[in-house]
Ligand binder design. Sequence first.
Ligand code: UD1
Ligand code: CA
Length: 473
Amino acid sequence: MSSSSLVAIVLAAGQGTRMKSALPKVLHPLLGRPMVALPVQAALDAGAERVVVVLGHGREQIEPVLSARFGERVLFAHQTEQRGTGDAARVGAEAVPEHAGAFLIVNGDAPLLTGECLRALAESKHKTSALLALLTVRSGDATGYGRILRNANHHAVAIREQRDCTHEEAAITEWNPGVYAVDAAFFREAIAQLGTNNAQGELYLTDLLALAAARSTVADLAWPEEDLHGVNDRSELVARERVLRLRRARALGKAGVTVRDPESTFIDLDVEVAPDVTIESHVHLRGQTRIASGAHIDTGCVLRDVIVHESAKLLPYTVASESTIGERAQVGPFSHLRPQSELGPEAHIGNFVETKKTRIGRGSKANHLSYLGDGVIGANVNVGAGTIFCNYDGYQKHVTVLEDGAFIGSDSQIVAPVTVGKDGYVATGTTVTLDVPPGALAIGRGRQVNKPELGDRLRERLKARAEAAKAKK
Ligand code: UD1
Ligand code: CA
């Protein structure tokens, strides 16, 4: 590997006890991505040819998640005992013994890091030929972070952990975000010299700075704190996620997407939104959802793994997962599309309609209060209010087929397996148990009789009964 080549080491072996969680800290998601995947991605974006992730706690759970996302570009190193960040970085470096360029070292709990910021750091090290370059944050709240100590010439000469600080040192506002680029040869030599003479009795990676400063200058690059805050507990997790959300809304806004209220909108990082889409407030787009241009997603919609085609309209409070919504289709308000619902172009699904594993053809409509499960519905079918597909007999699911042009009157039950043929007509209130041939009328309900004056007599009798009951009390 050339002297300018970069290997990233991501430190993620800590337990993260402050998350108070059975899930390893670095797997907690931000906008659908496990936390540790974000610094790994930033390192790759910055040009790292490999990324070594140092794992300890929960490594059986973390490794497969990262391998699935990044494949061969990510290697793993095992820190058997958590003896500090210096020890973790050493373990990471041992996974690439041949590497002669620089190590880019970052914390696994730093989800806001960007490729741009890591590239700037690597370039700063390269340009100055420093043995070590680090990012620093000059202002803001330094609480909990290591402080940057500078000498009379204003050169950074050491990092002091908060718990090791004197009173004066603790007052320093310049802090260490834990992002370094280090010459690989210097690293290997210096890491062996670290001691544990500090408040935690650990090997501190931060002590490399003093060792580098004693030999040559170090390069320090001030960077805005927005990209550098880490996550220690769940309140910090949501604060960092909010930054990601606002970044995403800004980027989408530039790309032609109206995100009406970024503060209340959650768009997972893997979601794709085309230009000329409008997303109203309080919308959650999760998983692998894809929204095509011209679509309008109204307030309160929650979509997971949904494909929305061109110019579809989702009215307020549509909840959908693993489904497809066709071009110019309209869904909602208050519709529920469960997995494998496939709406064709211009289909309409209205309020309080639930669909599951059902295909709905072009221009077909089910506008009110229905359950459509295990259905195959052709084009231009009208499903009346209150129609229920009785798909389950307690043991098995059965399919309902409604062929093109069928008309289902309101409050009908369709007992599957059954087919209503092309242009078949089911009268209101019918329980369909037999196939309906094409063009036929199916009607299955009691015949209505009208009895003259019986209504009045019935009322009188009921009234008298009610009065007698009242008198008794
Ligand atoms: C560290 C820095 C501190 C800096 C801060 C920035 C040190 C000694 N201190 O402190 O100067 O301001 O980061 O966030 O480096 N880890 C391991 N193995 C270990 C210990 C830690 O892999 O044995 C990992 C953790 O999982 C974590 C990262 O290293 O991802 C940082 O460890 P943490 O304990 O959070 O360090 P801080 O106290 O935050
Ligand atoms: Ca930390």
